[in-house]
Design a protein around this ligand. Sequence first.
Ligand SMILES: *Cc1c(COP(=O)(O)O)cnc(C)c1O
Length: 379
Amino acid sequence: MGRHFLQIPGPTNVPDRVLRAIARPTIDHRGPAFAELARELLDRLKPVFGTRHDVVVYPSSGTGAWEAALVNTLSPGERVLAFETGHFSTLWCEMAARLGLVVDLVPGDWRHGADPAAITDLLSADHAAVMVVHNETSTGVRSRIPEIRDAMDATGHPALLLVDTISSLASMEYRHDEWGVDVTVGCSQKGLMLPPGIGFNAVGPKALAHRGRLPRSYWDWDPIIAANRQGFFPYTPPTNLLYGLREALIMLEEEGLPQVFARHERHAEATRRAVRAWGLEVLCADEREHSSSLTALLMPDGHDADAARSLILERYDMSLGTGLGRLAGRVFRIGHLGHFNDLMLAGTLGGVEMGLLAAGVPIKEGGVRAALAYLEETG
Ligand SMILES: *Cc1c(COP(=O)(O)O)cnc(C)c1O
């Protein structure tokens, strides 16, 4: 009884308002009512990315939008520079290699973001693009995109900057235009509070002008952008998800993006205070790089993170994020993004504290109290 707690860092809880919007009848995607919806949506999306330029909407997961960013801008055999910040950056690089790109991967310890200082030394004349994951969902570490752009600009290098903001979009401050990003990759099921099924590319003018020769058809920006001008798509769009997207964008406008970001920061800080009060360690090792949308915490040696997660699911009906890749069993992740408030955080941390104690993990009690004290102070 009661609601399931879906506290993984995506998919996130879908607000009832959004579910109701999605439940409306599907309409003719070539009719005038659809054109009105599409034009309104495409405009309303821009502030979320911090752009005045085009946002391309795909019926896809985030992985599809990753592929779109690469095949639209790059050519076979071109070199790209990327940073091993965690599981998702690794997957994106594997995709780039499979598509025929040559990837120079800067190794990382999965506890830090992409290092802006490394750009100056490593960016060479034949790099066509730099790929960075803004918020590495496997680690809860945020990369400092403006500093990366500054480092690229300081070398005077023309490489494109491609950024994955899948788990930071609409949760953490992000400015596509102002930060000089060329392509921003996003998707629906994390901070945007929608079910899975929509991918995005925000496309800057330099990326639109600099088109690569990798084979592409479905992902090609040009026919989509051309059809979008009339309010249509070159294929059948996910009409009902777009109803939901409109509702979610209205909710974000009602709250105001600065307030949305502040809410996420506050819940993230409260979570870190709980983790420290338990005597456990947050995975992110740099104060400047904490994610606001999720927290990954390290289990003490000899304790399996997945055993604790299973117990919490069984006993308290709460889903937490598993450790991915090399972090399997060593960390679990608490999602605190999207449709989320103080009492949902209190419930989430209550479930974690009870679950860790029940699993026999040696923690100090008082994590929940420490988080609540911070919420009270800042409420
Ligand atoms: C979730 C996620 C992805 C993958 O998105 P899918 O919708 O599962 O394809 C990629 N990058 C990051 C940073 C993510 O959080």
